[in-house]
Ligand binder design. Structure first.
Ligand code: HSE
Length: 301
């Protein structure tokens, strides 16, 4: 049996629209085993238990890339990363399927190839790169349409809390609300704030995180799609924290200085939004991992 574990990811990190992404300690585990039928899938709603399933699609893409016949496979999905909440759930599926194909065929897909194939499937690199590499990644597409990635450190003293609404925001809709152009002044604002944000996260400098996390590319437009944005932001800022929209939403991510602030945000958010999922998170330093076992015995990782 092949077991693949993939972290959720929080794209944009406020000011890094379409280029920053953070892997967080919220995982899905997906197992792949030989099957007597072409495809068996469990652990997801019945409507996704078909050949259109994104995990299977990615598995097939990986096999095709390796020029191998697609084996009969049983896929079991475990984990509760919610969909359409800005936590990279589709990247989890894509990375898991591709990685499983690689492991199935003797680790035939290199890390660079995995990044490239996953980006092709996702259409953008900001979620798949941290899902594969872990940590905080800055990525962009080069002139050959290949992803280029660099990792940044995040100070381990920082605390992250995901405030996950009980409503979805579709990325498609959240991109439709964005303006088509940006002024030179806003571009300067954005570049300076994004560069400062990466260093502030490394230093764990809450003052600079707060100053730098002032987005002009997407948050002002997308905040309107999240009715509780202002209330959640007030809860985070009351304790000196900073909040940003994770990916295209609806999750709101709080960055906090210490455990006291973290607990206060958790308690106040839970009281204000009783039907939301509130999760304490840390940065997932490593991305996707795999384990091969036979009759319960781990053969290699
Ligand atoms: N960077 C993308 C966006 C992430 O904000 O639209 C979508 O998951």
């Amino acid at each position: 049996m092949i077991k693949i574990k993939v972290p959720a990811t929080s794209a944009n990190v406020g000011v890094g629209f379409d280029c920053l992404g953070l892997a967080v300690s919220y995982y899905s585990t997906i197992t792949f085993e030989p099957s007597t039928t072409k495809l068996e899938i469990s652990g997801c709603p019945a409507e996704f238990q078909t050949e259109d399933n994104l995990v299977y699609q990615a598995f097939v893409k990986g096999c095709n890339f390796l020029d191998k016949p697609v084996p009969n496979v049983k896929i079991t999905i475990t984990g509760d990363i919610p969909v359409a909440r800005g936590l990279g759930s589709s990247s989890v599926c894509v990375v898991a399927g591709l990685k499983a194909a690689s492991v199935w065929f003797s680790d035939g897909i290199s890390k660079d190839q995995l990044l490239s194939l996953a980006t092709q499937m996702e259409g953008h690199p900001d979620n798949v790169t941290p899902a594969i590499l872990g940590g905080l990644c800055v990525s962009f597409m080069d002139d050959h349409h290949e992803p280029q990635v660099i990792k940044y450190d995040v100070n381990p003293e920082l605390h992250f809390v995901a405030l996950i609404p009980d409503y979805e925001v579709s990325t498609h809709e959240a991109r439709k609300v964005l303006p088509k152009t940006l002024s030179y002044a806003d571009a300067i604002h954005q570049v300076s704030h994004c560069a400062a944000m990466t260093k502030a996260l490394e230093l764990g400098d809450m003052h600079m995180i707060h100053e730098a996390c002032d987005d002009r590319m997407h948050e002002p437009y997308r905040a309107k799609l999240i009715p509780d944005y202002d209330a959640a932001k007030a809860i985070c800022e009351r304790v000196g924290g900073t909040m940003y929209i994770s990916g295209s939403g609806s999750t709101l991510m709080a960055i906090l200085a210490d455990e006291a602030a973290e607990n206060e945000v958790i308690n106040n958010a839970q009281a204000a939004f009783p039907s939301w999922k509130i999760r304490k998170l840390t940065v997932a330093a490593t991305g996707v991992t795999s384990e091969v076992s036979e009759r319960g015995k781990v053969l290699h990782r």
